[in-house]
Design a protein around this ligand. Structure first.
Ligand SMILES: Cc1cc2nc3c(=O)[nH]c(=O)nc-3n(C[C@H](O)[C@H](O)[C@H](O)COP(=O)(O)O)c2cc1C
Length: 443
């Protein structure tokens, strides 16, 4: 029986497969019981199961997005059912339908539950539920026998009782504590397969408080374009995804957001005030205006700003001909300028810069000092899944106090929330210092 004292599945990842039976609603409670045993739970559902019980309760209780589509990819582009297959300490299918038993016995991977079981070396527990005649049919008997005898799956047989068909007979889903006990027995003393959260299916971000309510956050996004002539420019590969993720996350946490947008390939949040500024010179003007004239609490410079621009811009389209030499001059360093102006501004805005590097992040601490920023978000844009155009990013957040936070590969939305956690704490500390004259102590 489930005991409050001992959490028998502590640290385990249990995958729960739910099929299309009236008993699917009981699986919501099963998630709760597994979690009470200390397990992390990820739920996979067949399409039919979603008609019997919605995904929302499963997601809310498990903290993971529910896998309903065998063709589905995770936000970081990993294949959902394979990640579950590779990381789960056990898979429990409850309720298992007659159809699912047949599909599984024959290796037909057309739903996420079957696909995960097929792709996994984790032990599998199967708790069927169905009409009594379906359960006793020779096809079902043969399928169950194959799962037990050939695949080594542990069966939690259905019990006798009243069934959805109106009959009384064998076919009711076993009692939930019996299923939990079977999972515990199956996992046994095996070592935890993949304890690292980064290997497991990503958790759904917990809803954030409105901890930026009343704050004005300026976010720059996208790449700058430095004109060569009226039709050509020097640009970069930035799409604006990271800046937009930050702006959306800040809005969700209650901030007023001004976006200073260079060239972007994604749509900008409707709730943000948007200033378009394609060149570095225009972006400088727009950022200084938003930060100092419109009293920003924080600036997050996620835009990829050019370091050089053509010394001269032709006022007519350059025509094809011999070779052409462009002379480049350095652009304004917007972040450093904001850092300089912010010193002496009360209240001082919190300043966050980005450093897109290739190969090594060694230059980042020096860049943080030189720019006068509070935080520098550094990433290696040459790394797979990190940088321009991707939905994910692996970053380090360096702080002016010398500390450094190394984050795993995360969705840009999650990276945005990590950055905003730092900004929110820095703003609270700034305000506490202004009111009391004393630094804020952690509670
Ligand atoms: C109201 C209702 C209840 C059902 N209950 C069960 C059940 O308990 N077990 C079962 O094997 N099939 C049951 N079925 C039939 C399945 O939903 C159907 O075979 C479906 O294709 C199963 O899909 P899945 O295995 O992909 O979840 C039920 C159908 C209806 C309409």
């Amino acid at each position: 029986m489930t005991s409050g004292a001992s959490r028998r599945l502590e640290g385990r990842l249990i995958a729960l497969g739910v099929c299309g039976s009236v008993a699917a609603y009981k699986s919501i409670e099963l998630v709760r019981l597994l979690r009470a045993e200390g397990a992390e739970v990820v739920v996979l559902m067949t399409k039919a199961a979603t008609a019997f019980a919605g995904t929302l309760a499963f997601q809310a209780l498990s903290g993971h997005a529910v896998e309903t589509d065998v063709l589905g990819l995770l936000p970081d582009n990993r294949i959902g059912h394979i990640v579950v297959a590779d990381t789960a300490d056990a898979i429990v299918v409850a309720p298992a339908t007659a159809r699912w038993l047949g599909a599984m016995a024959n290796g037909i991977a057309d739903d996420p539950v079957t696909a995960a079981c097929l792709a996994s070396s984790a032990p599998v527990v199967v708790a069927p539920a169905m009409d009594g005649d379906m359960w006793t049919h020779p096809a079902t008997r043969a399928n169950v026998a194959r799962l037990q005898d050939v695949f080594g799956y542990r069966l939690v047989p259905p019990e006798t009782g009243s069934l959805a068909s109106g009959q009384t007979g064998i076919g009711r889903l076993a009692e939930l504590p019996t299923i939990v006990d079977a999972v515990v027995a199956t996992v046994g003393t095996r070592p935890v397969r993949r304890p690292d959260a980064a290997d497991r299916p990503p958790r759904v971000a917990a809803p954030h408080e409105a901890d930026l309510a009343g704050r004005h956050i300026v976010v720059s996004a996208g790449g700058t374009a430095e004109p060569i002539d009226p039709v050509r420019f020097i640009g970069n590969r930035s799409t604006g995804k990271m800046g937009v993720a930050i702006a959306e996350a800040a809005l969700a946490r209650g901030a007023r957001v001004t976006m200073v947008a260079g060239r972007v390939e994604v749509s900008l949040p409707a709730e943000a005030a948007v200033v378009h500024a394609e060149s570095t010179a225009l972006m400088r003007e727009a950022v200084l205006d938003a930060v100092f004239t419109d009293s920003a609490d924080a600036l997050i410079m996620a835009a990829a700003v050019a370091d050089f621009r053509p010394r001269q811009t032709a006022d007519h389209k350059l025509v094809r001909g011999g070779s052409l030499t462009l002379e480049l001059e350095p652009t304004e360093d917007i972040l450093a300028e904001v850092g300089r102006q912010a010193t002496g501004t009360t209240p001082r805005p919190v300043i966050v810069g980005f450093a897109a590097e290739t190969g090594s992040l060694d230059r980042a601490p020096e860049k943080l000092r030189r720019k006068g920023a509070d935080f520098l978000v550094a990433n290696d844009v040459s790394e797979a899944g990190s940088g321009f155009g991707t939905d994910t990013n692996r970053v380090q957040i360096l702080a002016a106090d010398g500390s450094r936070e190394d984050l795993p590969l995360l969705s840009k939305r999650d990276v945005a929330h990590h950055i905003l956690n730092r900004v929110a704490r820095a703003l609270d500390a700034r305000d506490a210092l202004a009111h009391t004259g004393r630094p804020r102590t952690e509670s």
